[in-house]
Design a protein around this ligand. Structure first.
Ligand SMILES: Nc1ncnc2c1ncn2[C@@H]1O[C@H](COP(=O)(O)OP(=O)(O)OP(=O)(O)O)[C@@H](O)[C@H]1O
Ligand SMILES: [Mg+2]
Length: 236
């Protein structure tokens, strides 16, 4: 493909298709610890792309606006070109990961009902720090109304995905979402894959990047991501 690279991140390359559309190409690479550990992972790009496409389509059917426009069946998605809102929204159904580090009073996998929402400022150099609602509003990242909509969308996406996963005997532990503007409207962006959600099966086995964080094994990671795709009925 000879279009111009618009952005190269840790897990995806973004190309400009035209004024309104981008190509999002998932890399066959895995990184952990803020990019400190990196490994080649052949097949990971397709697994994450296919999982994202499946989940974005599912959410669209449930009435969620997503950036997805098309899929090449391999590692590339066509998406709406958004103005990304520089916050990561994390929704937690069970306590895990960084939440346990910043707040040790939670027990691992303790249910969080209603789900706990966190906002992080997207800034790699600062390691995407946790920020307050007040920080978002005072710096005009978005308005109060827009933030309310982002929270509503996050809760809706979380409840639809939780229901879907539970019908496959899987549990959505937590998830990270990004949003962006297109024509004044807010869309769900980026990806939904084992890289951005934590999912466990009925034996508490992870089908997400936690596998790689622990084992540092690309094979184990690919097995977990394939299993997730299989359980969702994505790949035969
Ligand atoms: N529809 C979209 N329009 C514009 N940008 C998008 C869209 N969806 C995702 N992005 C952005 O594309 C990039 C995807 O690349 P990748 O996920 O590899 O980045 P990253 O290394 O995680 O870094 P970042 O901190 O920027 O997310 C992200 O910066 C993400 O915010
Ligand atoms: Mg990213």
């Amino acid at each position: 493909m000879n279009s111009q690279i618009y952005y190269e991140g840790k897990s995806k390359r973004i190309y400009i298709k035209n004024d309104n559309e981008l190509i999002m190409e998932f890399k066959d690479e895995v990184t952990a610890g803020d990019g400190a550990i990196r490994a080649s992972a052949p097949g990971k790009g397709k697994l994450c792309a296919a999982t994202s496409v499946f989940l974005f389509k599912y959410l669209e059917e449930k009435g969620v606006k997503t950036h997805l426009l098309g899929y090449d069946g391999d590692r590339r998605l066509v998406v709406r070109r958004l103005k990304i809102i520089p916050i990561e929204v994390i929704v937690r159904n069970y306590a895990y990961g960084s939440l346990l580090k910043r707040m040790p009073m939670y027990k691992q996998l303790q249910p969080l009902d209603p789900p706990l929402i966190e906002f992080h400022y997207k800034d790699d150099a600062l390691h995407d720090p946790l920020i307050l609602v007040d920080d978002i509003l005072r710096t005009n990242i978005v308005t109060r109304e827009q933030l309310d909509l982002i929270v509503d969308m996050t809760m809706k996406v979380n409840s639809e995905l939780s229901k879907l996963f539970s019908s496959k005997k899987l549990t959505l532990v937590d998830a990270k979402f990004e949003f962006g503007f297109y024509n004044g409207e807010i869309y769900l962006a980026d990806e939904i894959s084992g890289d951005t959600i934590r999912v466990i099966d009925d034996q508490s086995r992870h089908l997400d990047k936690e596998v790689f964080r622990r084992s540092k094994s690309v094979d184990e990671l690919l097995k977990a991501y394939s299993e997730l795709a299989l359980r969702l009925g994505i790949l035969g």
